[in-house]
Design a protein around this ligand. Structure first.
Ligand code: HEC
Ligand code: HEC
Length: 510
């Protein structure tokens, strides 16, 4: 256990985050130490009457200090009571990474856009309006008014110099039908485009590149907007860490299978027993720190963040799914519930009162959605997780050889389009109709398709030639590309059209 320097005195931390027993132990030992120290102070002030007793009391002082320190350590490591509120504050106010942006860079970004977007932006003369336009171009979500924050964007935190640092909500804070919801995956994020443009502006403004700017020179951050190559970031950052998290810059990066993944919603984490689509990592605060393992964050710094990440995990697990905001046909949904319980619940669990979910991994042969994610997470990385501090050196269970993907909980599923781990299917109707899934599709900014339940989309046969610039092409989801297949999960094919319609209605209610 490390005390964070910002925590100040251990006693203060004890009263804000420790269980009563831990606090009591600390208070008792502080008292013991003060008593011994007081004797020493009194005997120095007054002439010694009984040198023998004083010597015993002197001897007691360092001993109580040792006891105090041990008790502090024991009480703090085991008895920390995480707080969701502190977790959200940590996410929104602490900087765990170096900065990527500042307002001066952001304001100039439009100047490197392709046409016609560049001219459109040029026509907006109001500074604030143009900023909103820029944020939306990159899929950066505005901070909802009720949240604490240091920048107008949910996914960024300002450092002491006012520069912007990425936080978890860059990818884990999104919007549905125009409403921003922390914990909803950001299915608009254009991380690759943003980073490429920032690099160009930094060159113009003669500002230094950040880790991300340099990383994109060799590693794609995202090939399609709304999804990211995050799994591979985790693999790369892990390569340079010894099992105890000390940095070894000499290690070699293995061959990598780059692929985009759609982040899952945070509110499902409380139901899950392990993390990620293959369930490979234990559900504890340490694996949540993977994204922060830049070499500049030394072992000591990482160890010092444990309590923050206990709090962040508590916040993640406190989240509830949003409710479907439009009318639901209750009797159709009730029919759907029965069909669902017969055909889907064995994998996805049951919902409502007495609902039950037990996480299961479904063998790939049975599920047959895109396979790349399963193959891309290297055996070495899984082994690294198992042998390292991340899993308490294997004490927490790590899945070394998952045979498939987890059937996720479906709470709030109406809000989390696109579907499947690679974000390849735009609506629940398309999940239910496996043969009618679009080959190429493009979403609208805020449109919600209430009849198909999911993203409002345009369906295309080809990515238009006019979308010549990579930034424009990344707005199209092309299921023919590697890692982007919309195939598989054909379980709903067994249902009749009316049963499918009923299940679709029921899914809105979860
Ligand atoms: C660049 C985008 C990105 C950032 C930033 C990011 N994540 Fe994620 N996160 C993802 C993706 C993508 C997945 C899905 C990976 C998978 O299933 O293989 C994911 C998965 C997760 C999961 C597992 C959820 C589940 O249901 O299994 C948790 C928990 C999580 N992230 C927490 C965090 C925390 C905490 C941070 C900040 C320290 C963070 N993430 C930063 C993209 C991101
Ligand atoms: C044999 C197990 C199994 C059965 C039966 C099953 N599913 Fe699934 N389902 C999965 C798995 C595994 C995934 C994750 C696939 C992926 O992401 O690649 C999934 C994903 C989904 C998703 C997308 C989840 C998301 O967050 O993107 C939906 C929606 C869904 N299933 C609905 C259903 C419905 C409705 C039924 C019944 C008609 C059903 N499933 C039957 C295993 C199953």
């Amino acid at each position: 256990m490390m005390w964070r320097p910002s925590c100040g005195l251990s006693a203060v931390a004890a009263f804000t985050g420790r269980k009563p027993v831990g606090c009591l132990l600390i208070v008792v030992s502080v008292y013991e130490f003060c008593r011994a120290f007081k004797c020493r102070w009194q005997s120095a002030a007054r002439p010694l009457r009984n040198p023998e007793t004083t010597r015993i009391q002197w001897a007691f002082a360092p001993r109580s200090l040792v006891v105090l320190l041990i008790l502090c350590g024991v009480a703090s490591a085991e008895d920390y009571v995480p707080s969701a509120q502190r977790g959200l504050e940590a996410l929104r106010t602490h900087c765990y990474l170096p900065a990527d942006l500042d307002q001066g860079i952001i304001d100039d970004l439009w100047t490197v856009w392709p046409e016609p977007e560049r001219s459109e932006a040029e026509r907006i003369t109001d500074v604030e309006q143009r900023r909103q336009h820029i944020y939306s171009y990159y899929g950066l979500m505005p901070t909802p008014p009720e949240l604490p924050g240091t920048t107008p964007i949910l996914g960024y935190t300002a450092n002491a110099q006012g520069q912007w640092v990425m936080n978890c909500l860059t990818c884990h804070g999104g919007k549905v039908a125009g409403k921003v919801i922390p914990g909803l995956p950001n299915s608009h994020l254009a991380l690759q485009t943003l980073t490429e443009d920032v690099r160009l502006i930094k060159l113009q403004q003669k500002k230094p590149f950040s880790h991300l700017d340099l990383a994109t020179l060799t590693v794609p951050l995202s090939m399609t907007n709304g999804t990211t190559n995050s799994v591979i970031f985790g693999v790369i950052l892990g390569v340079f860490r010894n099992p105890d998290m000390s940095v070894d810059p000499k290690k070699k990066v293995p061959d990598l299978l780059h692929h985009d993944v759609d982040a899952p919603p945070y509110w499902n984490v409380s139901k899950k027993s392990s993390l990620y689509i293959d369930g490979f990592a234990p559900k504890t605060h340490r694996p949540l720190m993977q994204f922060m393992l830049l070499p500049s964050n030394t072992k000591k710094i990482v160890y010092g963040w444990e309590d923050d990440f206990r709090d962040i995990q508590a916040w993640i697990e406190s989240l509830q799914p949003p409710k479907y905001p439009w009318p639901i046909d209750a009797s159709l949904a009730e029919q759907g519930r029965m069909v669902f319980n017969d055909h889907c619940a064995r994998c996805h669990g049951t919902y409502g009162e007495n609902g039950r979910y037990a996480q299961q991994t479904i063998p790939w042969n049975e599920i047959q959605t895109d396979r790349l994610r399963l193959d891309a997470l290297t055996p070495e990385h899984r082994q690294w997780m198992k042998e390292s501090w991340m899993s308490r050196y294997g004490e927490d269970r790590v899945e070394l050889d998952p045979q498939g993907y987890i059937a996720p909980p479906l709470d709030g599923i109406w809000a989390t389009a696109p579907y499947f781990h690679n974000g390849s299917v735009p609506t629940l109707w398309h999940v239910m109709h496996s043969t009618e899934r679009p080959v190429i599709w493009k979403r609208t900014e805020n449109g919600y398709d209430q009849s198909r339940v999911g993203l409002e989309i345009e369906i295309l046969d080809e990515v238009p030639e006019a979308a010549a610039h990579p930034a424009q092409r990344r707005r199209y989801f092309d299921t023919r590309q590697r890692g982007k297949s919309a195939a598989g999960h054909r379980f709903p094919d067994d249902l009749s059209p009316t049963e499918k319609q009923a299940v679709l209605e029921y899914l809105k209610s979860l």
